[in-house]
Design a protein around this ligand. Structure first.
Ligand code: AMP
Ligand code: MG
Length: 337
């Protein structure tokens, strides 16, 4: 299949069929086998690099506050209002009290806005490969993520050769990412690039979904957007001490219109800064008591990222829509098992 046809199919949304039709579809089966190799490859890489895999908590008194526009799900925990995890970020930071390098393959639930149902990139229930390293800087995890992604792609091209061929995924689409370093573009640079493409991207906000897709169509390999402005992200993203207002964070964007694969960065970890940043972002510190208690006695400086498993599967397998990478897909606003 040529690259041009491929790009046009990547824009198609479509909706999942019923459970039986979905599970018996050769496309679903191939996509899930590819996904299986992706998790095997990620585990092989991370464990081989000294990471400890931990089992993810699913509910807690609070969860990741920084999820653009998505609502959290409440759980009645013996009369306490708990949340389903939107990400394990707070637990990742805590886990570094036990181990220097940790990862989780963790389920997340986010009630995403209805208008994301046909982006081809949003599910309500999805999985993150969530990685955190103590005492390192953003530059270290950018290198780690590039290396991890290359390992996962090489492994999957080798082990899922027949399935990728059946899905019409051209292995040559990965040559550039396997051989050339991923570009590191600042948020300011990304805004400029988008405005050059006549997309009205705000300079103070996250790159919007349309912009993310547009900028992703312009490249032949994944790239990083770094240095988001403070107001655009939650309190967990660390502010640069020498550049007030700039966060030492990043997104990883896939090429060919597939959009964002991962977000990460250095973390806010000092008690006082956490309280300040919570207040600035409209979060009530009292809700985060257990976490702030840990911070008061000392959390470790760290950096890490969350890599979306279904998004990564969609990119590697060249799927039209993200729901094809889930056995029981839940799209925003669509009732499904
Ligand atoms: P975030 O920290 O919100 O950027 O989430 C981390 C990663 O999880 C993203 O880069 C995506 O790969 C993935 N992700 C986030 N939200 C969704 C969603 N609604 N559906 C599928 N994947 C998602
Ligand atoms: Mg993100």
């Amino acid at each position: 299949m040529t690259q041009t046809t491929f790009i046009s199919t990547a824009t198609a949304g479509g909706t999942p069929p019923g459970t039986r039709a979905h599970l018996t579809s050769p496309v679903t089966q191939a996509a899930l086998r590819v996904q299986n190799n992706i998790t095997a490859a990620a585990r092989e890489y991370l464990v081989g690099h000294g990471f400890m895999e931990m089992m993810p908590p699913m509910i807690g008194p609070v969860t990741d506050p920084g999820c653009r526009g998505a609502k959290q799900v409440d759980v009645d925990y013996y009369g306490h209002k708990y949340k389903l995890m939107t990400s394990v970020i707070l637990y990742k930071q805590a886990s570094l009290l036990a181990f220097d390098k940790v990862f989780y393959i963790a389920p997340n639930v986010r009630l995403e806005p209805l208008e994301t149902a046909d982006t081809g990139r949003h599910l309500v229930e999805f999985t993150q490969i969530d990685v955190e390293v103590a005492e390192v800087r953003r530059a270290d995890v950018l290198d780690l993520l590039q290396d991890l992604l290359r390992h996962v792609v090489s492994y999957t091209l080798r082990e899922s050769k027949a399935d990728l061929a059946a899905l019409d995924r051209d292995p040559d689409s990965f040559t550039a990412m396997l051989t050339k370093d991923f570009e590191r573009l600042t948020h300011t640079g990304a805004v400029k690039r988008l405005r050059g493409l006549r997309h009205g991207q705000s300079a103070d906000a996250e790159i919007d979904w349309q912009g993310e897709k547009l900028i992703s169509e312009q490249t032949d390999r994944p790239f990083f957007i770094v240095d988001y402005p403070k107001g655009s992200r939650g309190f967990t993203d660390g502010e640069d001490a020498t550049r007030p207002g700039t966060l030492n964070n990043f997104d990883l964007i896939a090429p060919h219109g597939f959009g964002e694969l991962a977000s990460g960065g250095e973390r806010t970890y000092q008690y006082r800064t956490l309280i300040e940043r919570m207040r600035e972002t409209g979060e009530n510190p009292a809700k985060y008591a257990w976490y702030l208690e840990l911070a008061k006695e000392g959390l470790r400086p760290s950096a890490g990222f969350g890599l979306g498993l279904e998004r990564l599967t969609r990119y590697i397998a060249g799927l039209d829509a993200i729901w094809q990478a889930s056995a029981y897909p839940k799209l925003p606003g669509v009732a499904a098992p």
